[in-house]
Design a protein around this ligand. Sequence first.
Ligand code: FES
Length: 511
Amino acid sequence: MLKNGTHRITLRPVQTELTAPAGTALRDLLFAQGVEFPCGGQGRCRGCRVHVLEGATAINDAQRERLTADELAQGWRLACQCALEDDLVIELRQWDAAILVDETPFAFTPRPGLGVAVDVGTTTLVAQLLDLSTGRVQAVRTALNAQARFGADVMSRVQFGVPSAGAQQLGDMIRRQIGSLIEQLVFSAHIAESEIVDVVLVGNTVMHHLFCGLDVEPLSRYPFESEHLGLQSLDAADLGWKLSPRARVRFLPCLGGFVGSDILAGILATNLGEREDLNGLVDLGTNGEIVMGNRQRLLCASTAAGPAFEGARISMGMRASTGTISEVKVEDRTVHCRVLGNVPPQGLCGSGLVDAVAAGLELGRIQSSGRFNNGAASWELAAPVILTQSDIRELQLAKGAIAAGIRMLLARLGARPENLKKLYLAGAFGNYINRASAQRIGLINFPAEKVEAAGNTALLGAKLALFCPEGEDGSFLQLRQRTEHVALNADQGFQDTFVEEMAFPETGTGC
Ligand code: FES
């Protein structure tokens, strides 16, 4: 143990060292490092298995149920079930060669050299270095997107970027930052830059345009469409990156105005376009992006959900970090809050907000209209953190937009909710959201067993694109042509559906 009751954690094979207070959930630490928790940390899927090489972690019932006695004796643990109680050396086997898509190893053709996959998120950046001959991850680097100082959401970046000097500044910033992440990958994996032969980047349409130096002005006004959604092949030297001139750098193409290449990557990662059954993929963010369909037909859309899922415009909202209430549960009619980092509560993140409102509905504190009972103005969850009437309103706007978008796409496909086999939730929020709470508030109107956290599908799709035969000409043209973009705003029925979906269900239901 280090000073002040903190522990050191060493991650292999990436050789990252972290420190955190005793009692911190391993899930909170590892998620920030790009580790995925496929069942959302419920202890049900084994997807978060780690090999503890040094140090002790307690074994609970969920681990006894999911891991064999041999595995436990060898030091295998479910990271989502462990809290930090010792210095640890952990091997992250999730990043071994098997690149998984729906439990099926992805049949990649090994190639010589190294590749880099980058998820260019509005808030966070994740870059992984892969050995293309084995598919194994050699190093990972994550960072907060430096552009965030010019606005938390994509629309504020667009506004800053409409004058070309602003776009230039944002573009330079993100290109420099990703170049630096690649340098760090090279340094930590002890390789030469010349060994990197391929870089694939994915992101939403605004990130795509800013990174590639494309005009974002068309994205600032109705109908929010750009003519430059296609694949962008770039020259490493032009980007200021110290890679070999032979290295291929591609920002994958977008699918529509606000449906970016992160969603195209998500289709690759979930294999949505190759299946007979009807499945959906939803990325819950300021701009909710939705894809639904099967091998016959794919529809995609984006819907302005507002920033509630990211904890923004919430009176005590904050990003998921130390001091955030990330889970709220009701037991014996008493509210229990889980706080990240084992410290006193300071605020509420998106998943905590969804739980809190679900708890309020269950306890009868919140009506289906969204109003507090007895005209209360706020509800203290865990001092000093409160939930206010306007917080509930923000969540209603966000969940109404997503639920309406899903309903509209299903209707266009001529399908009913019960026809849907699985709904995959992409990204960090999808990983942490409690599915029962999402169902209780009417965000996801499907039974919990049909809803699956899919992890960082954007990054997984970018990795697959490094090997993907369809992308060999660089364009993913067939997939783009097959995916119809639906402009929900232009649909007369959308506003009515949105208003209907803003109300909370009287009781938890699902089809
Ligand atoms: S068992 Fe830990 S994420 Fe599923």
